[in-house]
Design a protein around this ligand. Structure first.
Ligand SMILES: [Zn+2]
Length: 181
């Protein structure tokens, strides 16, 4: 059975920013965040380059979450878009091996936690609250389902598979219907 979160190298790259292996004590909010994501409490409204918007319902209250993070440089984005066009035969999917290739070229698949700015309507203080973490877990799951999303979140250049006339950029697909929510 594949891992519930991070079943692909693409999802795993984002998972590592939520669950860093180097910390001695796990974040006590993580079990709650996982449970929210697992129980479909997260609705992703926007998932685009540099930005995520979502709603998280917890105990009957809906919290709006916005997460911003840097994209790759324009030059790196163009290079990545070329590699993706060469490598991706199926819209939305990406070969697992491409993740290592992109990382080697300096394209970190996930924005490091320290470079993310997150805002949640719950008004919790410092550090990401369980709702922000739940959105990130939900993104890991979406990326596992549709690895191209990992690149779309970080890439400034439009993604196209030159050889594939049926390629549809994910940004043209309504998030809600597409993810079956
Ligand atoms: Zn919150």
């Amino acid at each position: 059975m594949p891992a519930e979160f991070g079943a692909t190298p693409w999802g795993k790259a984002w998972l590592r920013t939520i669950e860093p292996t180097a910390v001695s004590r796990p974040n006590p909010l993580l079990p709650k965040a996982r449970s929210l994501a697992r129980n479909a409490a997260v609705t992703l409204r926007t998932a685009e380059a540099g930005r995520l918007d979502a709603e998280v319902s917890a105990r009957g209250v809906v919290h709006r979450v916005a997460i911003e993070f840097p994209c790759w440089s324009g030059e790196l984005s163009t290079e990545v878009a070329g590699l993706v066009a060469d490598a991706a035969p199926v819209p939305g999917d990406l070969p697992d091996g491409l993740e290592a290739t992109l990382t080697r070229r300096g394209a970190d698949i996930a924005a490091p936690a320290g470079e993310r700015a997150a805002d949640c309507g719950c008004g919790a203080g410092d550090g990401p609250c369980a709702h922000v973490l739940a959105v990130l877990y939900a993104v890991v799951q979406r990326i596992d389902e549709t690895p191209a999303l990992a690149v779309e979140l970080r890439c400034r250049a439009p993604l196209q598979a030159a050889a594939d006339p049926d390629w549809i950029p994910l940004s043209d697909v309504p998030v809600e219907g597409f993810y079956g929510t």
